[in-house]
Design a protein. Structure first.
Length: 169
């Protein structure tokens, strides 16, 4: 239940409903809603922990990929250093590559999420509409764009983390 319908307000609503002619008993299912609320909070915590694990995995994978790309192009980096290239100039293409990898990964995740959402919606749309009075919609475009930007930023950060030891050495 929402914050507005808890405690004394919920009791007042139950009393008003009990006064309606023909109503014998009003059940608020407080114990059930409390358990559901705890379960929901646990799910939110679990989703947050899973997001942190995925974030760590993404940073590790992109960082390792960039380090491998740097090792593969080691001779090019050495030539760039010999001709006076700055660390920022050397890091640029690798950070761009990491950013591109992150954004592409976020795009693939959004496509997969969209497909799964539409598959689930085909089977549950009428039941949810009947139960909730609303139809579920996919993420708004602004959220999708934000996730793409976040993926790119995570890729760039992972690249910088992977490069800090190799380029400065």
């Amino acid at each position: 239940l929402s914050e507005k319908l808890q405690g004394a307000r919920l009791e007042a609503i139950k009393v008003q409903l009990a006064r309606i002619p023909g109503v014998d008993e009003v059940e608020g299912y407080e114990a059930w809603t409390a358990r559901l609320s705890k379960l929901t909070r646990g799910g939110v915590v679990a989703a947050g922990l899973l997001a942190l694990v995925v974030l760590g995995a993404v940073l590790a994978v992109v960082s390792s990929t960039i380090r491998l790309a740097l090792q593969r192009r080691r001779s090019e980096v050495e030539v760039l250093r010999l001709v006076g290239a700055t660390d920022r100039y050397i890091k640029g293409p690798f950070v761009f590559e990491g950013s591109l990898q992150g954004a592409l990964g976020a795009f693939c995740a959004l496509v997969l999420l969209s497909v799964l959402f539409n598959l689930l919606r085909m089977y549950t749309d009428t039941e949810l509409f009947t139960l909730l009075g609303t139809k579920p919609i996919f993420l708004p475009w602004a959220a999708c764009f934000g996730l793409l930007l976040l993926g790119g930023a995570m890729g760039a950060l992972a690249s910088l983390l992977g490069l800090r030891r190799w380029v400065l050495a």
